[in-house]
Every structure is written in C-alpha cells, then in structure tokens.
Design a protein. Structure first.
Length: 319
C-alpha cells in the first residue's frame, strides 16, 4: 500500500486542494461472518480495526512525505466498512498528522437500510414516519457530537436510495430530508451513482452518462441543489423568546441572499438573512419539514410543519 500511495502522491502532487486522497474503500473482513457486522468482542474484528488504523496512518505518512501540495492536502480515512457506527468505537482512531485539521472521516450510510439499500425491503418513505427519520438523525447526530463539534470534518462519501418500482416521490422526499439533515451539521453528501437503471440489481443511477441527462431530476434537485456543497436552503424559525418566533429564510448561495430567486421560493413572510458562510446565525432554531411538491407539477410548496428545536453549533459545522 505504501508503494501505491508513493506513486499516486507523486503523480498527482501538483493538483490543488480540490483533489482529496482516501486511503481505502470499505475495508472489511470480506467473505466472513463479520464482513458487514463488526463486533468489539471478537478478536478477528479487533485485529481488522487495528489493521485499518495502520493503513490509514500509512496513507498520511506516505502522502505527507512527498511534500508540495501533499504536505497539507485533505486526506479521507474510513472506519471498518466505512460504517458510521463503527467509527464511534474507541477501537477506531484517526491517524496522526503533521498538517493541522486536514483529516476527514469518510462514512458510507444507506439509511434507513430497509428503504435505501435492502431488497426487497421497503419501497416507501414518509416524512410522517418518525422512526425512519430518527434513524437518519441518530447516526448523523452521533457523528456531529464525536467529530464535527470537535472540528473534525466528516464526509458521507456514499449515500443513496435505489429504485424500487414506482417510488420516485419517496426517494425525492428521502433525499431532501437526508441531505438537509446532513447539511445543517456540515456534512457533505456524495450520491452513489452506479449507472444502473434497470434490472434486479442495485438501481442507484440518477444520471445517464451516455447522454449526460438526468434520469431522475427531482432527486438531483433535492439531493444536489439543496446540499451543503451547492445550496443549503432551510426553512427555519428564530427563537426569540419562550413563545415568540420570527420567520427566516436561509440560503447559502450568495446570489440568493442578494436577491436571486431559488427554484423553490420561500413564503413571502420569510426574509433573507446573511450568507450562511458568515456564521452570523441564530444559535437556536426550529427546523421545519419541507412539504411535497404539488402533484400537478407546480413548484410552490404547501404548508410547512414545525419539527423540533435545534441548538446548532455553527462553529463546528460551517466552514
């Protein structure tokens, strides 16, 4: 592995900070009973986690030694199988680094599993289902508390929900909830697009690479336009007292803040505030579910539903 990274680091050393190296993809005990089910009490699993930590350290030491842009390039490292839950165990540790705060935790999360990845599983996702939304919130909250709030970046390097019959609207609703939940915690998401649209396999394709056309544009609108890296659009209510609230519309995209028109317009009683990158934001908010797009194809949103109060650590979440 050291020899591989020596060659890669030398070959791509002149690339700027847009290039990020990741040590290994979903490292695990392939072909065993523990392939996707790591256990802290199993010696083989403990050894595997220790090996992963050593491999992650090899990446850092090897890339940093080549100097130049690699001296402080961002590097991504996974835990066992890139599972977010296994990154929380004390058996896993981030590699030591000579560069300050340039290690990113990489996780893959198809959550809820029975909807996003399992076959046949479930084909329906509802914003009224507290259990399904809770699965998403719980793993993201745990990552935020252990890593984000301590200034350690986290990237959801794989996520997605496969096609299961005619469940496009369910996938759109899921993508909106998932990406917004990650965005408010400062975690970028990368959709796993395997180019598959038909058949009995894992159908995660959303863009046709041959024609460069979106096959499922409503998903791309929600998962990409409203994501942390491109747009962060949140309907929120500032907490100004025990019972009094004022409405606010937050948009990351500067041209929105300067008067541009978002694809999904905010209600007239909402106001633009500072670009989210300024960090001049309320520290306590009530976040609101975005209603479904009207079935007739209109782009106006229906009534908004208040979900819960959030105490937001923007310093740890927004860069």
């Amino acid at each position: 592995m050291r020899a591989i990274w020596e060659q890669l680091a030398e070959r791509f050393g002149d690339y700027d900070e847009h290039l990020i190296f990741e040590s290994v993809n979903e490292p695990r005990l392939a072909g065993t009973a523990y392939e996707w089910n790591w256990s802290a009490g199993i010696p083989e699993c403990q050894e595997a986690m220790s090996c992963i930590c050593r491999l992650n350290q090899v990446l850092v030491d090897t890339v940093r030694a080549t100097g130049g842009n690699n001296a402080d390039r961002y590097l991504m490292v996974p835990s066992y199988a890139a599972n977010p839950g296994y990154a929380l165990y004390s058996d896993f540790s981030l590699p030591e680094d000579t560069a300050e705060n340039k290690i990113i935790l990489s996780v893959h999360a198809y959550t809820p599993y029975n909807f996003a990845l399992q076959m046949p599983g479930k084909s329906k996702f509802s914003l009224d289902n507290a259990g399904m939304k809770g699965e998403i919130a719980n793993f993201m909250r745990s990552l935020q508390q252990k890593f984000i709030n301590k200034g350690i970046p986290v990237v959801i390097g794989e996520f997605g929900a496969m096609t299961k019959g005619n469940n496009l609207q369910d996938r759109v609703d899921w993508a909106a909830w998932y990406v917004d939940s990650a965005a408010i915690r400062g975690m970028p998401c990368v959709w796993w697009d395997n180019g598959a649209f038909t058949g009995s396999g894992e159908l995660f394709g959303i863009i046709d690479r041959r024609t460069c056309q979106w096959k499922y544009e409503p998903i791309s609108d929600e998962a990409i336009k409203n994501g942390y890296d491109v747009y962060l659009i949140i309907y929120a209510v500032d907490k100004v007292g025990n019972d009094a609230f004022t409405t606010t519309y937050i948009a990351k995209k500067t041209d929105y803040v300067d008067g541009g028109t978002p694809d999904h317009r905010a209600p007239k009683n909402h106001q633009h505030i500072e670009d989210i990158r300024s960090r001049r934001l309320p520290t306590s908010m009530i976040f609101i579910n975005r209603a479904k797009i009207q079935k007739d194809g209109g782009d106006e949103r229906g009534p908004l539903e208040i979900t819960r109060v959030f105490d937001v650590n923007w310093e740890g979440a927004i860069t």
